[in-house]
Design a protein around this ligand. Structure first.
Ligand code: THU
Length: 168
């Protein structure tokens, strides 16, 4: 589901005023990107069920595979502060149409914010609305682990002890 609604209430998501506030925070977070290698700046802002906003920007490293995406930085900040219920995330780039989260971030979003609405935006005011579920159909989720881990028939106590609670 991708929607470019510009006026009134945003379909399937939050009221326009709240959405605009979140995209604004993502655009501002973009300014904090540390991206000397790609020079591609990304900002993210997420909204928790309790109304708290956490932001992130991409943080790169001379060892390229260690680069952190903006979405994951924001998610880690929220989780580290004890938040688990994330309703929405705005992701800001200067790309037109607004760039979509990478495959790795889609997987992490599915784990940490599976019900989130996403607002992909840029400074020109373009906003594409979608969802985590729409971006990652047929995802590998925690519930897959409940169907047994190959070779241990679900009897491996270590697997049981470390398995996270499945999403309801
Ligand atoms: N990047 C993000 O922050 N989020 C994404 O979803 C895609 C890519 C960052 C990683 C890297 O620092 C730069 O953008 C170029 O790939």
């Amino acid at each position: 589901m991708t929607d470019r609604t510009r006026g009134g209430r945003v379909s399937g998501g939050m009221p326009q005023k709240q959405r605009d506030a979140l995209t604004k925070r993502a655009l501002a977070a973009r300014d904090q990107a540390y991206a000397p290698y790609s020079r591609y700046h990304v900002g993210a802002a997420l909204l928790t069920a309790g109304g708290d906003v956490f932001t992130g920007a991409n943080i790169e490293n001379a060892a390229y595979p260690l680069c952190l995406c903006a979405e994951r930085v924001a998610l880690a900040a929220a989780y580290a502060a004890g938040h688990r219920d994330i309703g929405a995330m705005a992701v800001a780039t200067t790309t037109s149409p607004p760039a979509s989260p990478c495959g790795g971030c889609r997987q992490v979003l599915m784990e940490l914010a599976p019900d989130a609405v996403l607002y992909l935006c840029n400074p020109d005011g373009e906003v594409d609305e979608t969802t985590v579920r729409a971006l990652l159909p047929r995802a590998f989720t925690p519930s897959a682990l409940d169907n047994g881990t190959a070779g241990n028939s679900g009897k491996n106590p270590r697997v049981k002890a470390t398995r996270p609670r499945a999403h309801s």
